[in-house]
Design a protein around this ligand. Structure first.
Ligand SMILES: [Zn+2]
Length: 434
């Protein structure tokens, strides 16, 4: 798994260029790092078969439905804030309480966030807390979940206010070219965001410690030395506070780049399977997938923001003609901006997810070449399907739209050398693990 802050889904149209710049063919990338290691592992009898249970199917279907329902509901709320005049009333209130522009934006967006969060709370509660408990995936208390949810909402708010204030200021100063200026200002902001997220944001939710000494750590250090990254920072996050599922990810940029293992993974998986997972994450680290993801986002925004400018200007004209806002420079037009970005980002999901599945497959190929242990990786994948209810065989449309990783079924086939995904269709499909 690669962690991205906001804007990641906007890294869209770039996918059209993906073949040109994104990444060598997976097996070749791994072969470069481990010249002697690329022989497909053979299937062994001790690899469990993935059996799709009723619970797995129900959980997956509910998740997919929640995703689409939540997205459309969010759009309806933004539309409603404009149509009902609520946005204009919040703007009038913010202008009454302070004269300073940044203060006005903070007050307006604070009130809007509070209303939207309240309206979306039932879905967030059901999907984030209730469902996870219902399926035994989390033992977190309601109060602890609520605390995390409130923190997440506040972090979003704190990050969005200065960006919105900047956008409104640019729209006012340069009505024709604001999207270009916004893009130029977002590049350093996003880079800084990716750099700072593991240092400032992640510690708000979890504690990060170094892996305790022992046989596993020794084997991980050997793997890292062999990969040419002997000093790769590897942390353990106390995710057992929030979930019973297992996972790992890479995050950060430059000196904040790191590999993070969930403590649940260490507790639940045998060492050889954990090692396979670590090797996958090392693949992301060595192949520089986070900087590539940043480049993808930046290039995607370069194409998407001018498009967003046109759409937002039309949207603003529509609502101004109905007396709901004064124009795009009006704070009350913020829902127009949010709606535009959300719809365009949603339409880009299949493209950015196709890119993501490609790098995830590369990380699998790397992990396989590094560990020579396809069966252990396959057992870890099978565990994710059975224990974490990760859908091993999603419907094609769901794979196309939602899957950031190849589905578990395809990944098992790949690490066991049963199939060469991506060769037949030129596309690799996804799930949500690692
Ligand atoms: Zn990954």
């Amino acid at each position: 798994m690669i962690r991205h802050p906001a804007f990641a889904s906007l890294g869209c149209v770039v996918a059209l260029l993906a073949g040109a710049w994104l990444a060598p063919v997976p097996a070749r990338a791994a072969a470069k790092a481990f010249p002697a290691a690329v022989s497909p592992a053979r299937a062994r009898a001790d690899v469990p078969r993935v059996v799709v249970t009723g619970a797995m199917r129900r959980y997956a279907r509910t998740r997919y439905a929640l995703y689409f329902a939540g997205t459309f509901y969010g759009w309806a709320l933004l539309w409603g804030a404009l149509a009902s005049g609520v946005s204009a009333r919040l703007r009038a209130w913010a202008e009454r309480i302070t004269r300073r522009r940044l203060g006005q934006v903070a007050a307006y967006y604070g009130a809007l966030t509070a209303l939207l969060a309240a309206a979306q709370f039932p879905l967030a509660w059901y999907g984030g807390f209730w469902m996870e408990r219902q399926y035994g995936l989390s033992g977190q208390s309601g109060a602890a979940w609520l605390g995390d949810w409130a923190k997440g909402t506040l972090v979003d708010y704190a990050v969005t206010v200065p960006v919105l204030a900047l956008a409104l200021w640019l729209i006012e100063r340069s009505p024709r070219r604001w999207s270009a200026w916004l893009w130029a200002s977002l590049v350093p902001i996003i880079a800084f965001g990716i750099f700072l997220a593991p240092l400032i944001v992640d510690p708000l939710f979890n504690r990060f410690t170094s892996l305790p000494p022992g046989p596993l750590r020794t084997r991980i250090e050997q793997l890292a030395a062999q990969a040419g990254i002997p000093n790769a920072p590897i942390y353990v996050a106390d995710r057992s506070r929030q979930t019973r599922t297992a996972n790992a990810y890479v995050t950060g940029l430059g000196s904040s780049a790191r590999i993070v293992l969930w403590d649940t993974t260490l507790k639940q998986l045998p060492d050889d399977e954990t090692l396979g997972i670590v090797a996958h994450e090392m693949g992301h680290y060595v192949l520089k997938h986070v900087p590539w993801g940043f480049a993808e986002t930046v290039l995607g925004l370069l194409i998407l923001l001018p498009l967003a400018q046109r759409v937002a200007q039309r949207g603003a004209a529509y609502w101004a003609a109905r007396g709901r806002i004064r124009g795009l420079t009006d704070m009350a037009a913020v829902p127009v901006l949010l709606l535009t970005l959300s719809v365009l980002g949603f339409l880009c999901e299949p493209i950015s997810n196709a890119l993501s599945r490609r790098v995830e497959h590369q990380a699998d190929a790397y992990g396989l070449a590094a560990t020579h242990n396809g069966p252990a990786m396959a057992r870890a994948f099978a565990y994710f399907a059975a224990h974490d209810l990760s859908d091993p065989y999603p419907p094609p449309f769901i794979k196309f739209w939602l899957f950031t990783h190849p589905p578990i079924g395809e990944r098992i086939d790949f690490v066991l050398g049963r199939d060469e995904p991506g060769r037949k269709s030129g596309e690799i499909r996804g799930s949500s693990k690692l």
